[in-house]
Design a protein around this ligand. Structure first.
Ligand SMILES: Cc1cc2nc3c(=O)[nH]c(=O)nc-3n(C[C@H](O)[C@H](O)[C@H](O)COP(=O)(O)OP(=O)(O)OC[C@H]3O[C@@H](n4cnc5c(N)ncnc54)[C@H](O)[C@@H]3O)c2cc1C
Ligand code: FES
Ligand code: FES
Length: 1246
């Protein structure tokens, strides 16, 4: 059992969350105090509770989020600061961040060190900026403004406990120990029948156990972090915990540095840092430290061992172990011991082929290297800046003699192929030569080019990309060691890898305090309980022994039918209770109800006809979540009638088959056509899909109550859940009560797709007559859940010399997946015009059916794609007519759109645009290998009201407090907080008497889904209407008692029998609600490392028009978060499928890369347009939940310009427009750059 399962299901402490269960997301982080080697001291550190085996926690003092502060004991300063600085949105990630910060806050770290320390945590909502501010506030060099905020909080902090200590003060109060530190070193032996667990303290004990138990199936458990690496991890029969074997954890320096085999990677960093300072022959460890800091992240590194890492490299040769790379390049050796007590040494390459059965690695030896003769550097190029395996990693060591001739070269690469280690030919070529001439360099590049043959191994980047990277890194290394006298200045910046300074940010908005609490930037109402883990999500219902867990069995084919499921094999497994298939469904086998908004077809809950690889075909029911998930992967299934052909997984393939092509409703018809056509421009723009990566997976808990079902669902659409269950169980909707406490991130992905989970969960609950919990493991979630629709835009535009469009013909085709539900083509067409005059536009839209899960809504569905397409076309026009891209946009602007031109001017002034442009031009002239670009982007987002939303407000007569419940699901966007602000304002009462409670299907019956940004406005509108009703009801009382307080009025009204509860349902038919446009302008400055394809956003300034915001701080959060989600969409989030089977290959946190906190702009400024009241909408505000993502495409435009600048330097035709697919990841960028190998030189002439 993992520590996470123990904490949640045995201790019932649900504050600690889980998402990926592979150490990748940070939702599960807890803090530990334990005695550690090699320090021998009790240390505080954090771990991913999903990776740690609970039995390995012997002697650990584990603190979960519940221990850090809560409503009974008072909240900690960090919790309060996180709430005050708006560091939570959905709140699902928050406990993980806070626990990790707790483990670091007393370590005297600088802001730079702290910012770097959070590669372990993911937040999909906030865009990280506010969380980074909290983190930096505990730094020893925090600027006064920031540290003062923490001090202010400290001063108002008092703890409810008797000690009355300040919560931030270090204290030895240890009332939250789960396990006592007995200090004992007694061996532990736990016998679970099939499995045995041992804990040992001596190496000899390991061999004793192996002699007794045999070596057929055993594992030496140290960090157990390998569990996060291996896709299908299974424990061996015998587990021997060696995490406290001191002999494996110590180090010493004799001639070599001798490191115990199981020294953790983080402890290595400490040791290396120390030794590099004191021992001159080990100065090279400085470089090793930089590389180790890029391995995984702190919680993993703190428990992950050197030996464990290398054993994985041995077991999975393709695994790009950074430890292996570095140690092999440096010529490290290892000592191993066999059961006879014999020890011997192995070189690392030897070890890869050595039989390690029953053998223990004892230590590693790193050699001393004279710094005057040895030049060492290593590189790791990742898809994002932290917590990712390398696309390619490389380490270079050169020993030079006094004449700068190479005596020995060691060139090692990772992720070239499973057999490639050293570039032997290049090493040989360089030996005896001085490498600092163009000729030798080119010779080496040629040798390297010949011997690097990367394997084709999806989802890894293409062989071409990895080769380009490998060559670029070698050149980078050569530039870095070449004396500056031998390199021309223009090439020198190629020697560096980007470093990241401490991030900076501003938020600029004006508020009118006379309107407070309206327009007030109050913290989210639930922020504190989110920071303490008290906020409950669907699966936080207290556990009961009788609970059962469901897990989907996924198809391993993309077509056909299930012939046979070998159920008996599964039912024999202890703890497995049942397996259900479609035939067990008493009602209809569909989780979609055609007729509901945008739902046209039924979709099977458990497939009888398989439409894509990884479709749910059965449910395994087991006593624990881990068992259900593990067993579901093992179910043996026979299929019939499967197609031999490969699945159709791209728009181009689907377009060839007319039966897959469905014309879209969204079209644009021209009303006029210009005649001044001097240029015709044609092109195709393609954008791939995006996975939501909500931190709370698709989750449902169904509890049979009386003859009804209580459903706790993580959904954006309660009606969808209710109807899915009613149809599945063949019962009336009235027997189903859906309660949504809150949702841990959704972004459109929980509008319809959770219906499948809810129906399956209810099926189990009904069959077992017990509470069933259904929580999708990440791999399942990513495989079955539809994503943002990939889209392809083919266009032809006729323009005049100024780039003004005379006519435009475009067709946008979107990939619907296996079914056409959740169609977004009308959103695409309504956004395609953006802020431009569309009188000459012809647009047709269509969807195609592919053999993939049914795609679905994702933040600004269709609109984000539509805007990106037209912006791409504008860029193409500007390129073709050789005009400034903004002047082309202005030439095409709608006649009546004065907002965007004005906003462009405002922002240009604010950010010193013209001066920065000039500086950048000079920079690009001076630098061949780094290119910079600054780019302006514009967006107009059409806001429309749809559907219906209900709100119910109740006032309580004894104290005048108020509750609100709505159909507008709170999923991080701040709907509840704004609802309370509007209510407080309308009723003229303080905010703190209002409580917004969970969402209930019986209150908000038949409500539409929460999405498209308009949810908050819609419920605020309902609240205003209800408050008007109360005003009318209370008017007689008020006129009789003009001086009466709120409580007096309420009491009197109650006494007079006036109803104190009221409901209102708004609908899109309400004439006082009409759509409007929201605007944004952004200015993005980026720099691109031409040799690696990696880039940095140096500065982003966003100016967004949100009208007169109900809560500007919440809106800033929406803008910042959505923009970063867009950064992921357009640059690093990539879905790769196996072409032969249709299997999603990037279905893990290690393979699907969302941005992390070091990926955000270094300077990130957001301004809400000053003094703008929306003349339409609700209360003068404009919605902003989706707009941020629609401005992020600007990064691709900036990157394209950087690429073009480099291509011109390479001598390519400057008038050639190149097609670059989205996302602009390293692969796409390197391909587009297409640097020529002969350009890798030190000087332009020798
Ligand atoms: C999220 C995440 C990100 C990661 N990113 C990276 C990365 O960027 N780069 C990288 O290189 N790695 C990465 N890793 C891998 C990580 O470094 C390894 O998982 C880790 O080093 C394994 O150490 P462990 O102590 O946890 O091994 P365990 O998982 O406990 O054990 C692994 C194996 O080693 C064997 N073993 C352990 N000690 C000995 C010994 N003394 N003698 C013989 N056999 C032994 C065990 O029997 C077992 O088979 C990542 C891991 C995670 C979870
Ligand atoms: S890191 Fe443990 S659940 Fe993601
Ligand atoms: S607030 Fe971080 S994931 Fe939602």
């Amino acid at each position: 059992m993992s520590l996470n399962a123990y904490i949640r299901y045995v201790c019932g402490l649900t504050g600690t969350k889980a998402m990926c269960r592979e150490g990748g997301c940070g939702a599960c982080i807890v803090t530990v105090r334990a005695k550690r080697y090699p320090s021998g001291k009790t240390e505080t550190f954090s771990v991913n509770s999903c990776l740690v085996l609970v039995f390995s926690c012997h002697g650990w003092d584990i603190r979960t989020i519940e221990s850090t502060g809560n409503r009974l004991d008072g909240y900690s300063d960090i919790q309060k600061l996180t709430a005050c600085l708006h560091g939570t949105q959905c709140g699902y990630c928050t406990p993980g961040w806070i626990m990790h910060l707790n483990s670091l806050k007393d370590k005297n770290l600088t802001m730079a060190q702290l910012e770097k320390s959070f590669g372990c945590c993911t937040c999909r909502c906030t865009g990280f900026r506010p969380i980074l501010e909290v983190i930096k506030s505990v730094a020893i060099d925090a600027p006064p403004k920031l540290s003062q905020r923490l001090k202010d909080i400290e001063e108002i902090s008092t703890c409810a406990k008797k000690c009355q200590r300040k919560c931030s003060v270090k204290s030895d109060c240890s009332d939250w120990s789960l396990l006592e530190d007995s200090g004992s070193v007694t061996k532990i032996e736990l016998d679970f029948g099939k499995y045995k667990f041992y804990k040992v303290y001596e190496i000899v004990d390991i061999f004793d156990i192996l002699n007794r138990e045999g070596v057929d199936s055993y594992m030496l458990v140290d960090g157990n972090t390998g569990k996060g690496i291996v896709e299908t991890f299974e424990y061996e029969r015998v587990l021997i915990d060696i995490s406290d074997v001191m002999a494996l954890k110590t180090f010493k320096v004799d001639q070599n540095l001798i490191l115990g085999a199981n020294v953790s990677l983080e402890d290595c960093i400490t040791i290396f840092t120390e030794i590099s300072k004191t021992e001159s022959d080990f100065e090279y460890l400085d470089e090793v430290v930089k590389h180790f800091e890029l391995i995984a992240h702190i919680p993993v590194r703190k428990i992950a061992s050197l030996a464990g890492n290398l054993m994985y490299k041995r077991a999975y040769p393709q695994y790009r172990s950074d430890v292996f790379l570095l140690f092999e390049c440096l010529g490290a050796e290892m000592t191993v011991q066999n059961s006879k007590g014999n020890t011997y040494t192995l070189r690392l390459e030897e070890f890869l082929h050595h039989d390690m059965q029953g053998i223990v690695i004892v230590n590693f030896m790193l050699p001393p290297l004279n710094k005057t003769t040895h030049l060492f550097k290593s590189y790791k190029i990742m898809p994002r800046s932290q917590n990712a395996l390398a696309i390619v990693n490389a380490a270079f060591l050169m020993k030079l003699d006094s004449k700068n001739n190479v005596q020995k070269a060691s060139i090692v690469y990772g992720n070239i192929s499973s057999t490639f280690v050293h570039a032997l030919h290049t090493e040989e070529y360089l030996t005896g030569k001085c490498p600092f001439s163009n000729e030798t360099l080119q010779g080496a590049i040629k040798a390297l080019d010949g011997e690097l043959v990367p394997s084709d191994n999806p989802p890894e980047a293409t062989p071409d990309c990895r080769k380009k990277l490998a060559l670029g890194l070698f050149y980078k290394f050569m530039l870095s060691i070449c004396p500056t006298t031998s390199t021309e200045p223009i090439y020198r910046s190629g020697a560096n890898i980007f470093t990241r300074p401490v991030s900076e940010a501003t938020q600029d908005y004006v508020t009118d305090s006379s309107l407070y609490p309206l327009n007030q930037p109050v913290p989210k109402l639930e922020a504190l309980i989110q920071c303490s883990g008290e906020a409950r999500y669907a699966n936080d219902l207290p556990p009961q022994k009788s609970d059962v867990f469901g897990a989907f069995v996924l198809s391993t084919v993309h077509s056909g039918e299930v012939d046979k499921i070998y159920e008996n094999e599964i039912l024999e497994i202890e703890g497995v209770l049942a397996i259900y298939t479609a035939k067990d469904i008493p009602g209809e086998n569909t989780f979609i109800t055609p007729g509901l908004q945008l739902q046209t077809e039924k979709e099977e809950t458990l497939a009888t006809t398989i439409k894509y690889f990884g479709q749910p075909i059965a449910i395994v029911v087991a006593q624990t979540e881990e068992l259900a998930a593990a067993v579901a992967k093992k179910v043996r299934v026979d299929y019939k009638n499967t197609k031999k052909s490969a699945p159709v997984i791209t728009i181009d393939e689907a377009k060839k088959d007319s039966s897959r092509y469905i014309a879209g409703e969204g079209t644009l018809e021209p009303t006029s056509k210009g005649t001044d056509v001097t240029k015709i421009i044609k092109g195709v723009y393609e954008i791939e899909a995006q996975y939501h990566y909500y931190m709370e997976p698709l989750t449902c808990v169904v509890q049979p109550v009386d003859d009804m079902f209580m459903v706790y669902d993580s959904t954006q659409w309660m009606e969808m859940t209710q109807t899915a269950i009613a149809r599945c169980l063949n019962i009336g909707q009235g027997k189903i009560v859906v309660k949504v406490p809150r949702v841990g991130g959704a972004f459109g992905g929980k509008i319809t797709r959770n219906g499948q989970v809810a129906a399956a969960c209810a099926l189990v609950a009904s069959k077992q007559d017990r509470t069933c919990r259904f929580i999708l493991p990440l791999q399942t979630n990513m495989s079955i859940a539809g994503k943002r629709l990939p889209c392809q835009c083919e266009y032809e535009v006729g323009v005049n010399d100024d780039g003004k469009i005379q006519y435009l013909n475009a067709t946008i085709v979107e990939d619907a997946g296996c079914c056409n539900n959740d169609n977004v083509t009308s959103y695409t067409s309504s956004s395609f015009g953006n802020c431009y005059d569309i009188s000459g536009y012809t647009l047709n839209t269509a969807t195609v059916l592919t053999d993939l899960p049914s795609n679905t809504f994702f933040r600004a569905p269709g609109a984000c794609e539509g805007i990106a397409c037209i912006e791409h076309i504008m860029e193409h026009i500007a390129f073709a007519v050789k005009k400034d891209a903004i002047s082309v946009r202005l030439a095409n602007m709608k006649a009546n759109n004065t907002d965007i031109p004005e906003m462009i001017e405002t922002l240009k002034q604010d950010v010193d645009y013209d001066k920065r442009c000039a500086d950048i031009q000079q920079f690009n002239k001076d630098n061949r290998w780094v290119k910079r670009v600054i780019k302006i982007n514009v967006m107009e987002f059409p806001v429309i009201y749809y559907g219906n939303f209900t709100v119910m407000i109740s006032i309580y007569r004894m104290d005048g407090t108020v509750t609100i419940t709505t159909g507008g699901i709170e999923m991080g966007q701040g709907a509840n907080t704004k609802a309370a602000q509007v209510c407080a304002n309308a009723l003229g009462i303080p905010l703190d008497v209002i409580k917004v409670i969970s969402h209930y299907s019986f209150v908000a019956a038949n409500d539409v889904f929460s999405g498209s940004s308009i949810t908050t406005e819609s419920i605020c509108y309902c609240i205003l209407k209800i408050c008007e009703t109360f005003d009318k009801r209370f008017a007689p009382v008020k006129s009789r008692k003009p001086q009466a307080t709120w409580l007096d009025i309420v009491k009197s009204a109650a006494e007079e029998g006036i109803e104190l509860t009221s409901c209102y349902m708004m609908s899109d038919k309400d004439e006082s609600l009409s759509g409007y446009s929201a605007f944004a302008v952004s200015i993005v400055e980026i720099q691109l490392d031409v040799l690696t394809g990696r880039f940095q956003m140096l500065r982003v300034d966003l100016l967004e028009d949100v009208g007169m915001s109900v809560n500007p701080a919440v809106d800033i959060g929406q803008v910042e978060g959505a923009f970063i989600q867009g950064v992921g969409y357009f640059t690093c989030e990539k879905l790769v499928y196996d072409k032969a089977t249709g299997k999603l290959l990037t279905n893990r946190s290690l393979t699907y890369h969302v941005p992390l906190c070091q990926d955000i702009p270094i300077v990130y400024n957001v301004k809400l347009r000053h003094n703008q009241k929306n003349t339409k909408g609700v209360l003068g505000a404009k919605t902003c939940g989706e707009m941020g993502i629609c401005t992020a495409h600007g990064i691709t435009l900036a990157l394209r310009e950087c690429i073009m600048a480099s291509r011109i330097d390479s001598g390519y035709d400057s008038t050639q427009w190149i097609t670059i697919p989205v996302p602009y990841d390293t692969e796409a960028i390197l391909k587009a750059l297409d640097v020529k190998l002969e350009e890798f030189v030190f000087t332009t002439s020798d």
